[in-house]
Ligand binder design. Sequence first.
Ligand code: PMP
Length: 406
Amino acid sequence: DHGLDLAAIRAQFPILSEVIHGKRLAYLDNGATTQKPEAVLRAMDRYYRTSNSNVHRAVHELASRATSQYEGARDRIAAFFGTAREQLVFTRGTTEAINLVARSFLQPRLRAGDEILLTGMEHHSNIVPWQLVAAATGARVVAADVLDDGRLDLDDWRAKLGPKTRMIAMVHVSNTLGTVNPVEIVIEAAHAAGVPVLIDGAQAIAHLPVDFEALGADFYCVSAHKAFGPTGFGTLLARREHLEAMPPWHGGGDMIETVSFEGSTWNEIPYKFEAGTPDMAGAIGFATALDWIADIGLAEIAAHEHRLVLSAHDRLAAIPGLRIIGEAPGKAGIISFTMDCAHASDIGSILDMEGVAVRTGHHCTMPLMARFGVPATARASLAVYNDDEDIEQLATALHKVASLFV
Ligand code: PMP
């Protein structure tokens, strides 16, 4: 299978050998969060055992270990995304990264009547922050349509990109449909119109190569936990000139240069945006996860997941009353579906009894659910450690659902 040693990869994830309701675990909820390999678990454990201290301040040995490992992690993460360390702001995840851009970059530039152009397939975290700054300024959120097969309607998007557009935000890979958006085309068109672009890369970075410099986006937001790293840690990748111009948003320790009661001055980028004691183990865990991905190779990962998603589509299409939502060509390893016979939550519960973990609900994409006329879907989402047996177990369990509810 494209040179991937799946048995060896799976063996690095201790949780995959958990027995669930007496069954083998088929973990197909990677869109929600991925599992963590030994390398990440060990790196975080080792940090707390041997180097834990606070960063950037004290002169003692542990503080210098903590600082060099934490800042070393920033270098490793920057290298993975092909960019410079000062263009990385550490956050709690994609959600916080988007809120930072909305508040600090966009809100000061917005006037009543301005528009923020999104798409109909955004996660709530790439909708609500924009709505908050729109409400504060009298600006408007506009969303481009999604086609029946789950692709972005690029003609509609181009038509909605106009003289009032101040910001464009778009998901790279849809967490609900698996659609991979044509972000290169979008960024080029946006920049030709003089509009900055934010890409929500939460579902992309564990599945396809992302080079921030080559892509040319103004902002790119990621979460470590969707890419085999820890929860509650992420990164805003941002162009240096934007970060220089943006005011800080959280005040506190570490983000300042000087403080007096007459006023304070700010630290250099990216520290200006990183108030308070950071998540050192989180940064180290994320860097280790990205090194782990790079060792396997994103081209190999993408090829493996592509083959699995095609096979899953074939298997699921054969199940009576099952409707797959989202069949964009080249889609990532995410399959949303409904069944005539059962509600999504019932599908999820029966699958759970068979050891198959999927997500059910609106997947934080309520406007997209409305677009497809469904309240909820069941969603299977893949990662590199998924294998043919997982797909087999999913298909068998879904046949069981179909037979239980006839
Ligand atoms: N955008 C997309 C496309 C996502 O799938 C998610 C996570 N479900 C997020 C944003 C938010 O990520 P986080 O909760 O880690 O901030």
